[in-house]
Design a protein around this ligand. Sequence first.
Ligand code: 6R9
Length: 670
Amino acid sequence: ILERCLGKLEGPFLSSIVRAWSGGSLTAYMPEAVAFPGSRNHQGLYRMSVEQVDTFWGTLGRNRLTWISPFHSVQDCNLQQGRVAWFLGGQLNVAVNCLDRHVHRAPNKVALIWEKDEPGKEVQITYRELLELTCRLGNTLKRQGVKKGDRVTIYMPPCPLAVASMLACARIGAIHMLVFAGFSAEALADRIQDAQSETVITVNQGLRGGRVTELKQTVDQAMKWCPKVKRVLVSMRTEQKVPMSDLDVPLDEEIMKEDVCCEPVAMDSEDLLFLLYTSGSTGKPKGLVHSQAGYLLYAALTHKYVFDYHDGDVFGCVADIGWITGHSYVVYGPLCNGGTTVLFESTPLYPDPGRYWETVERLRINQFYGAPTAIRLLLRYGDKWVKKYDRSSLKILGSVGEPINTEAWEWYFNVVGEARCPVVDTWWQTETGGICISPRPSDPGDEIRPGLAMRPFFGISPCLLDDKGNVLTENDVSGALCISQAWPGMARTIYNDHKRFLETYLTPYPGFFFTGDGVYRTSEGYYQLTGRLDDVINISGHRLGTAEVEDAVNQHAAVAESAVIGYPHNIKGEGEALTYDHSLHCVLLGILVGGFILRLAVFKCGSWGTCTAHVPLSVTSRLPKTRSGKIMRRVLKKIVENKAHQLGDLTTLEDYEAVQKIIEEHKCLL
Ligand code: 6R9
């Protein structure tokens, strides 16, 4: 059956590429280096990747991806004109790259470890099994009428069927669009409508942290606003039967009727692979578009080099697949590299705060990749939950989603990683497709500093710009983080709204990709992210990044987490308000402000000594966060400004009750 099923293969197998880093020659690290005369060391490789773009990326594109027909040009990009295209003329199939070629080599290698909500119940899926499941699903989708170019909504928690759904879309040329399982019916409906999607794949119920979520019910509700949806494929995650309407298709039964072979469609490099929505602060969410070859290559390369991934490693990214982090580092990067990847269905606190580390011990995870919000949460439960478990399998720890404050970084490094695992603080965005700024521990010359994302990845040219659009070339400066040349993984457009894409990312600083983040370049030329520029606090003309202030506040033992915001202030421009995610005694706050923030502010902006008395503080039990763990400062800002009726788009909010509670608490303070 296998021989009949497998997509035809041309090009090299990955085994020749994913080789152990022996600490030896550059070609052991990156075999393609033989083709790059002049790049004698790692800095040379990086220079090559940004200066000799066609040679570097052309060689990697040919070597690391399996093509149905080869590309004729490496790239045709011009940021000024908003044109980004890679590997033109080439055809490939992403599912073949993630499955078939590994099945040829090692059919019984484990592709996915599904770490279910209930600990100790993990399920292993081999490459052969995942290919079969993907093919059956591809055939089901085709039978249901899904065609190349159609958008398929996937509203599912992390599970093998969700991964197979993504890959099945890729195999038949459909475009997938994941929505976090747990988003409201309105949020789901908005996205389905914007993507003009006619197909939804979901499960009857979700299980997360021991709690059941009625996902099918939410889909049913969303369907009231989505008359164009033609079919809802429902898989049974739990035993519980749910009402089925005419739209609904029992997925598990249908899959079993299908053949285990599904011919992969030849896709052009620039055909759409997926849409993924990110929230705008006010306007409707943006459906960012990623295309086939460039995205896949970039996800695979960053996965390999940032995490120093080797054949046989178990890669544990605990992000939800509904987040870009799940797309690139649970699914596409690891599977393109033929790796073993963990699908984490649970939460860091279920059944207790030891869950991550118990999972690390049981699955022998080698690279652990999580979010600062979870690290800060676990830190407050103390070291005992970590030390209880054997973490000797760990080699690298990763952080993503927000700046990681010093205290959390130190704890992650010293306690979780026993001071022997490098921590990679990885900066990137849905828009960038993969990691852009991060340490690269596989480079033996690389040093790592706490709380710094450090250095650009291959192909990334970071630039700092000031308010007037001047490029800041020196070190020890802060500015707007931009990227001056296109790279293969970047988003190509916003679905059906290229104008908005240009306005948001490419016209603010013509010729540059604008990230919306602030950054500081240290005197040694390393990068430190300071927070979103829309959150920057302006005091007497001095601009403070939220990360800098929060980092200082978080160092206080009584503070679990903090969010700092600027709000209108008639004398000083913007004042500053702090919200603490912990109960705290006011006297301590005085000490804290005097001892930490003030010193920091004085150090950064000169005379700022009298501000202490003007800093309003709120103490709350929870902070408003997105489903991926980012603090929504703009929501706090509206509350502090007494504009709680204008909170803007809340579709990505994890827990609406937290906001209600803060509104109540704020009223009490007034
Ligand atoms: C991958 C992801 C993107 C925004 C980004 C920035 C923040 C992500 C970060 C970080 C500081 C890091 N961000 N990683 N800030 N240090 N290591 O998070 O994508 O959900 O699109 O968010 O997240 O502000 O602009 P996305």
